[in-house]
Design a protein around this ligand. Structure first.
Ligand code: EPZ
Length: 422
């Protein structure tokens, strides 16, 4: 397993290109199953999760080819051989459940392995299933698989989500495009990735209104045609790299960044003492007067503070002036980066869903362990500002969501290198 060594090296300066959104691409790719015409995605990120989704679609018989080093993904599912997504692929990546809605909508049946939990929580899929049942799907859980059928096809229905679920909204949205009649999704997720999916589906001929609000209305159509769609900018990669100059000092411009993707996060950066300037190039971040102030954060569904940036923001708060409280409301176990940051000298107490971070003068490099995707990049950020060397182990977590992280940070002056695993 590879490791990454980071050595604190003072202020950063320069530009960092931001890739297409992993969490948009992982729902855009299964959309190819809705049509027998080709679907091509551009601005796709080059990540292991994307390769896993390509492997899953390939196992169903879809044709998936990548061009331009992975930035273009050309797909076709005109000759699909199977509607069964096997456990050995699904267990590698929870987003595999997103093939369920499209398979059911297009073919009237599907067998998809239950994804199981992961490090940050149990992450059930009950809302995915309930939303599909509201469209007439019959679902049977046997031997760890969801056996779904919709004889005569899905029918439009109304479903109100009791809690906001990004994935369940995406599965239901995709399925509803081919259901007979009108589907109304209430309490829907509002993330930019949902809007990006709806935009792609409209390009394929779907009739969708209200995406980006909590009520999405879909008028089913008989078939969808092919399309070419650019993946939206990754707001989580964007927010992650905006924190690099925040933690180290200096000035960095994140190319392609827009405040609209991260308004609540930018408000917290402002409160912490950062200036965020939007230009045609992207978002430029720098400390206003050198000091970082402690700021309280509560994660929430979009447009609230993203749970996927909580770990990274905690790294910033470790050396802020004062005490901050970070409340995690989306997942039940998303503070695994805290013990690793404490190894670097941070002063953090975790009780239930709240982490109290008392700022210290500085962090010290140490060997640390990555536990999940966002926790691992939080440790990289902390290492950028720490005195001495930080070795982050198990960086395969990192490679799921951040392409070429060491190149991007080295380009703005970080001392960072990857040590290939033995
Ligand atoms: C998506 O996961 C993202 N992943 C996550 O990003 C992100 O943290 C999450 O949305 C929240 O924004 C992808 O898009 C591939 P949810 P998802 O359904 O869809 C509960 C990353 O780091 N829930 O919005 O799985 C669930 O347990 C990843 O890139 C149910 O109870 O998240 C959680 O507590 C991590 N039943 C809450 O809802 C369900 O059927 C929100 O989950 C579904 C979810």
């Amino acid at each position: 397993m590879d490791s990454i060594i980071v050595t604190g090296n003072g202020p950063l300066s320069g530009t960092i290109p931001i890739a297409g959104a992993k969490n948009a691409c992982l729902t855009l790719m299964p959309a190819t199953l809705l049509s027998d015409d080709p679907l091509t995605l551009t601005n796709a990120p080059r990540l292991s999760d994307i390769r896993t989704m390509a492997e899953l679609l390939g196992s169903l018989g879809a044709e998936v080819s990548t061009l331009q080093g992975g930035q273009v993904i050309a797909m076709s599912s005109h000759a699909l051989a199977s509607q069964r997504a096997d456990y050995d692929i699904v267990r590698k990546m929870r987003a595999s459940i997103l093939v369920l809605g499209p398979l059911l909508a297009r073919f009237g049946h599907a067998e998809v392995s239950l994804p199981g939990g992961c490090a940050i929580g149990a992450r059930p899929v009950d809302l995915h299933l309930k939303a599909l049942e509201a469209m007439g799907a019959r679902l049977d859980l046997r031997e760890g698989y969801v056996h779904a059928s919709a004889p005569g096809g899905l029918k439009g229905g109304t479903f109100e989500f009791p809690i906001v679920s990004v994935g369940a909204t995406e599965n239901a949205l995709m399925a509803a495009t081919l259901a007979k009649g009108t589907t109304v999704l209430k309490g829907a997720a509002r993330e930019p990735e949902i809007v990006d999916l709806a935009t792609c589906l409209r390009r394929m001929g779907a009739q969708i209104d209200g995406d980006g609000t909590d009520t999405i209305t879909i008028q089913g159509v008989d078939r969808l045609h092919g399309a070419t769609h650019p993946v939206v900018t990754d707001r989580i990669e964007l927010g992650t790299y905006m924190l690099a100059p925040a933690i180290c000092g200096g000035e960095v411009t994140c190319l392609g960044g827009r405040i609209s993707l991260l308004a609540s996060f930018c408000e917290k950066l402002d409160a912490a003492g950062l200036s965020v300037t939007e230009t045609a190039e992207g978002l430029t971040v720098a400390r206003r007067n050198g000091a970082i102030r402690a700021v309280d954060v509560t994660t929430a569904p979009f447009p609230g503070f993203p749970t996927d940036l909580q770990a990274q923001f905690m790294a910033l708060m470790c050396t802020a002036g004062g005490t901050s409280k970070l409340e995690e409301t989306i997942f039940e176990n998303r503070f695994m980066h805290a013990p690793e940051l404490i190894r670097m000298g941070a002063d953090i107490d975790v009780h239930g869903g709240v982490a109290t971070v008392r700022g210290v003068a500085g962090l010290k490099g140490a060997p640390v362990m990555a536990t999940d995707l966002r926790a691992s990049v939080s440790l990289i950020l902390a290492g950028l500002a720490a005195e001495g060397e930080t070795i982050v182990n198990r960086v395969y977590h990192l490679d799921r969501g951040y392409e070429h992280v060491e190149e991007k940070l080295r380009a703005v002056g970080a001392l960072i290198e990857r040590i290939p695993g033995r």
